[in-house]
Design a protein around this ligand. Structure first.
Ligand code: PMV
Length: 306
């Protein structure tokens, strides 16, 4: 069975589309899986089970079709009469990279079926193509962090840089329960960015500076500074119109309850926020998020790198 993790963007979403750096990390506890469940069907099918365990038909999912065709092209194969079952713990349209994770596991399941090795680099290229159908103009950060499953400092169209993390950091991921399409938020930011009467360009540049500072703070294990940078990054994303009342509320209650800092993560307008906590504040921040309406809170540890 092939599997891929979810991801969260710690710093730099949206600005990354315009060439600014961003930092993203995998969330290994939330995963998508794919497995060939039958080699004896009349025609190729993908059985996708959503969180309610309901089968979704393949035709509804154009990006998956694209993934299959691109993979077969790479493998030099024609479409096989097999059924691939896809499962995922990752909430969809919530800023956790569900689309990229599902595409990744389908590419790997097909390669495994044909007993063919595809490098992460090639898998990444294929998944990036499918991301274009989800997002329109993706920066490539989602597919990169998910395919390589490691923390990255990412600048569009540049070689991927790993990131040093000095001390383990605890994050809570609070889900607003509201789904939102990244494509819409990205499109609205593009309109602001093109409109010279707004200060969107400056905001994007400021977000880039925050991501650079955050890299240094991660290397130094400075949780206090990281928290401040998260708060500042959230304010700038709000100015870019990609926050929402629910996200603002969860960010505020998290910091009021003692988190070092908090921000929305991913496309915004809904989906998830993240809060950086300590061992001491974790429980109280988690409860505060749930009391303020988070439908779920997942905790994840950003492990220190060697
Ligand atoms: O909503 P997500 O998790 O797919 O994140 C999108 C990140 C953006 O920076 C908003 C878009 C992109 O392509 O990088």
């Amino acid at each position: 069975m092939s599997s891929a993790s979810a991801k969260i963007i710690l710093f730099g979403e949206h600005a990354v589309v315009y060439g600014q750096p961003a930092i993203a990390v995998p969330v290994s506890a939330l995963r998508a899986y794919a497995e060939v469940v039958s080699t004896d069907v009349e025609q190729f099918q993908i059985i996708a089970r959503d969180l309610n365990n309901k089968a979704i038909t393949f035709d509804e999912h154009e990006p998956l079709l694209k993934v299959v065709h691109l993979t077969l092209e790479r493998l030099g194969k024609t479409i096989p009469d097999i059924a691939i079952e896809v499962r995922s713990d990752i909430p969809i349209a919530s800023g956790l990279g569900s689309g990229a994770a599902i595409s990744t596991v389908i590419v790997r399941a097909l390669a495994d079926y044909f007993v063919f090795f595809l490098s992460d680099e090639i898998v990444n290229q294929i998944v990036f193509e499918s991301e274009k159908l989800h997002h329109g103009t993706p920066s490539g950060i989602d597919n990169t962090v998910i395919v390589y499953e490691k923390a990255v400092y990412f600048v569009r169209e540049q070689a991927i840089e790993s990131i040093k993390i000095a001390t383990p950091l605890k994050l809570l991921i609070g889900n607003t329960g509201r789904t939102a399409l990244t494509k819409h938020a990205v499109g609205d930011v593009a309109r602001l960015y093109e409109d010279k009467s707004t200060n969107a360009k400056q905001i994007v540049n400021q977000i880039g500076i925050i991501a650079e500072k955050a890299r240094v703070a991660l290397e130094n294990g400075d949780a206090e500074l990281l928290g401040k940078l998260m708060n500042e990054n959230h304010r700038l994303l709000r100015d870019l119109t990609v926050s929402s009342n629910e996200l603002d509320t969860l960010v505020k209650v998290a910091t009021d309850a003692g988190a070092y800092g908090a921000k929305l993560s991913g496309g915004g307008r809904g989906g998830n926020m993240i809060a950086l906590v300590s061992d001491e504040t974790q429980a109280v921040v988690e409860q505060a998020l749930l009391d303020a309406g988070a439908v779920s809170v997942v905790s994840t540890i950003l492990e220190a790198t060697d």
